[in-house]
Design a protein around this ligand. Structure first.
Ligand code: OAD
Length: 231
């Protein structure tokens, strides 16, 4: 049976694809106030601005590609039962070939009804824009399928189950500032190796972490070596 490899990723995973992170200097939250574009209150105050913000993010997604890090992880499916838990709302893990990706903070390529959250729609690359006045089949305004600050994280319980069953746990490109995602590492059993790939120092509550102080592409290469996978 293959070993279970669980990887938690954040914005740094996609940085080398050209998508900015949130909290590095010049990151997204420097340019756009988070309370305006990533909270239910922001959406209520100015829905057009919020819809435009995510339209721009979707347009950017059409122009970028998975990087060596995404591809290197996808290739690990040959040797591991690989589960990716991502905080990212892009689809670069899927486009790299990863087949089991759990999106904790939602997905850019989806929208849902503001009146019935079970009505979720996939947008096509040709038709990625959502405007004020675009409605679901029940007549409610559509909104981005994104978990905003102050909202529940519906996929968290499943992510906890996945983390608990890991044989190896890896964290890539997240500042571990945002909960509950940052707390997932605490559910990883004590005797399981944890690797953390990030070019900067990241503080975690676990003291038994092996740091790989590199960007995602180089870091995943080094990880493959540590897991004794031929490159
Ligand atoms: P952050 O912007 O907080 O952290 C990005 C991390 O990526 C930092 O630790 C960087 O050092 C690291 N990094 C930068 N370049 C890298 C590279 N080339 N390779 C690897 N790592 C690199 O982003 P997240 O931790 O993902 O939520 O942020 C978590 C959540 O906060 C996001 O999902 C988003 C945001 O607000 C929502 O929008 C709900």
């Amino acid at each position: 049976m293959k070993r279970r490899l669980v990887v938690l990723t954040g914005a740094g995973m996609s940085a080398e694809s050209g998508i900015s992170t949130f909290r590095d200097s010049g990151g997204l939250w420097d340019k756009y106030p988070v309370e305006q574009v990533a909270t239910p209150e922001g959406f209520a105050a100015n829905p057009q601005l919020v819809l435009e913000f995510y339209n721009t993010r979707r347009k950017q997604l059409l122009d970028v590609k998975p990087n060596e890090g995404h591809l290197g992880l996808a290739a690990l499916e040959k040797d591991f039962e690989l589960r990716i838990i991502t905080q990212n709302v892009d689809n670069l893990h899927e486009r790299a070939g990863s087949s089991q990706v759990l999106h904790l903070h939602g997905e850019l390529t989806k929208v849902r009804s503001t009146g019935d959250e079970s009505l979720v729609y996939e947008l096509s690359p040709e038709n990625y824009e959502v405007k004020w006045g675009d409605k679901c089949e029940k007549g409610f305004q559509l909104r981005p399928h994104i978990v905003w600050f102050g909202e529940a994280v519906p996929m968290f319980d499943e992510a906890v189950e996945v983390a608990r069953l890991a044989d190896v746990f890896v964290v890539i490109g997240t500042s571990l500032n945002v909960y509950p995602a940052a707390g997932l590492i605490n559910y990883v059993p004590r005797d399981i190796p944890i690797y953390l790939i990030d070019p900067k120092e990241v503080s975690t509550s676990r003291k038994d972490v092996f740091f790989i102080r590199k960007g995602a592409s180089e870091g995943v290469k080094e990880l493959r070596g540590k897991l004794r996978i031929e490159n």
